[in-house]
Design a protein. Structure first.
Length: 537
């Protein structure tokens, strides 16, 4: 049995794990990252899934959120990776001929919406002005640890009392209400609401408005950049930030146990029997249930914490379809042919119904499709003149029925082909002749996604539900929302911690900063999650 010693062990080389490792390595710590897969990156990967010469992003695909976070600048990801951008990053189609698009310039988006309804052009400009004045500070607050004085003070100064109250109202409201409050046309409403399809929230759910607004504004001001050559280029660039700082990444090493003594983490053990001891901290880029139940063990955790952990829940799963085309998608809607992410939303009631069905175990009768067209901005993804489509939609992790019929299911074995055909039929309605251009497809059910990456439990790409009672001070467990755990020296650094899902690395960065601060404090100055002093154990 080999035994190594380092300052910090990071379990998992996903975006959060790599960010935590790079930050601590730059601070002078010896850091070792242990990753089960044969390559780093977690849910950032690209492969030839359909036909030779076609590169598809296996999991995540668009990185406007990442470009808007401190991690992007901190790790020099703008120079480590070559990026491609879109003339129109985002669009929403209510039907085959009816939609609206965000363009790379505010004036172009405003002019497009004004042609539909003059009031909507003004409404979009007003929303963009709010974002520049107040919204971007609110976004910074959502990324920071809770509470975080400096971002909160900047927001309060920018918003004032009235603006703070309006933002609080939005924070609690539904996306459907926010869209209807701002826009008169259905096209404008769906353009704002479309980003919510990247979460497990329905448009009529409380607290769904902030995520819709944030994602719309990030698309307007940050585009939807894609790594040239595929998502693996980003994974390689992210990993290089670790190794360039002196950190070590060991792939093919599955951690099976966190080594404990008196409720303190001293290292980890792997499936191969190797032991890596940690002088200061173990940071886990893994789902909360897997970390605490499988790697720590419930016997080592207080009952109150376990009660909260039992209420931790994952959201709906993702069903993914990769398509290789021998030409561009023949969209009926003008503008869709140059759009990076086309959302086939239908109307507000369609989005609400699809979410309801997915949350209740039914295959959505009219799924809300997220259609990525990376090859428009990055021709290296496909042979000359050819294109790829990356298509996702929310579904139940384990379907039991069908929203479009009386048919019943017991999982994805019988449901996968039925649902893939439904997705292709909807695509064909919006792009007649598309099926004739298909040269290859690849289907990934929620089961397939989890099999490829154990953190994608039930196909949930967000590390846990986006619902209000699973966010902020409730994530992952009420009272334990600042990355520490009941095990001293063990930190949760995954999407199961605030600020949750998405490729941004902020959970890892925030956890690493917490671990660094704790390591610099005298033992008697350690505090519990609530802030009370406690003596070391």
């Amino acid at each position: 049995m080999s035994v190594d010693t380092t300052d910090a062990v990071v379990i998992g080389a996903g975006p959060n794990g790599l960010t935590a490792a790079a930050f601590l390595a730059r601070k002078g710590w010896d850091v070792t990252v242990l990753e089960t897969a044969d390559v780093p990156g977690g849910a950032i990967r690209s492969e030839q899934l359909t036909a030779p010469g076609y590169v598809h992003d296996t999991f995540s695909a668009f990185y406007g959120l990442l470009h808007s976070t401190p991690v992007f600048e901190l790790l020099d990801l703008g120079t480590r990776v070559q990026w491609a951008r879109f003339e129109s990053p985002v669009g929403a189609l209510l039907g085959p001929d009816d939609g609206a698009f965000i363009f790379d310039e505010v004036d172009r988006t405003t002019e497009m919406l004004a042609k539909i309804d003059p009031a909507d052009g003004d409404a979009w400009r007003a929303l963009c002005e709010w974002w520049g004045r107040v919204g971007r500070h609110f976004f910074a607050v959502t990324l920071a640890p809770i509470p975080s004085a400096r971002p909160s003070l900047r927001f309060a100064r920018a918003a004032g009392i009235r603006g703070s109250l309006e933002t609080l109202r939005m924070l609690l409201g539904a996306a459907s209400g926010a869209a209807r409050d701002r826009f008169r046309s259905q096209e404008g409403q769906m353009l704002l609401a479309s980003g919510l399809s990247h979460t497990d929230l329905g448009v009529d759910m409380p607290a769904s408005a902030p995520q819709a607004v944030i994602l719309a504004m990030l698309a307007q001001f940050g585009n939807m950049p894609v790594p040239v050559g595929g998502a693996s280029a980003l994974a390689e660039g992210w990993a290089s930030a670790v190794t360039d700082a002196g950190g070590v990444i060991r792939c093919g090493e599955r951690v099976t146990r966190v080594i404990l003594d008196r409720r303190r983490a001293y290292g980890v053990e792997t499936a191969s029997g190797a032991v890596v001891r940690a002088r200061h901290a173990v940071l886990a880029d893994t789902g909360a249930p897997a970390l605490f139940r499988d790697l720590v063990g419930e016997d080592h955790l207080p009952s109150r914490f376990l009660d909260g952990l039992r209420r931790f829940r994952y959201g709906t799963g993702m069903f993914k379809l990769d398509v290789a085309l021998d030409g561009p998608a023949p969209w009926r809607a003008e503008g869709a042919e140059r759009c990076g992410v086309v959302h086939l939303t239908g109307r507000m009631t369609d989005m609400a119904r699809a979410s309801f069905e997915a949350h209740h175990g039914l295959l959505p009768s009219r799924p809300v499709l997220i259609v990525g067209q990376q090859s428009i901005a990055d021709p290296s993804r496909a042979p000359a003149g050819c294109h790829t489509l990356w298509v996702e939609t929310h579904v139940p992790p384990h379907p039991i029925g069908d929203g479009a019929s009386e048919r019943t299911f017991d999982g994805w074995e019988d449901a996968a082909d039925v649902f893939a055909d439904r997705m292709l039929e909807l695509l064909e309605q919006h792009a007649p002749g598309l099926r004739a251009r298909i040269v290859g497809t690849a289907v990934h059910t929620p089961v397939d996604l989890e099999r490829k990456d154990a953190n994608l439990v039930g196909g949930d790409v967000g590390g846990g539900s986006n619902a209000l009672d699973m966010q902020l001070v409730f994530r992952p467990v009420p009272g334990w929302f600042r990355y520490r755990t009941p095990i001293r020296g063990l930190y949760l650094a995954s999407a199961s911690a605030h600020p949750g899902g998405g490729v941004h690395g902020m959970s890892g960065l925030n956890a690493a900063k917490r671990a660094l601060r704790d390591a610099r404090r005298p033992a008697g100055m350690l505090r519990t999650a609530s802030g009370a002093r406690r003596a070391p154990r």
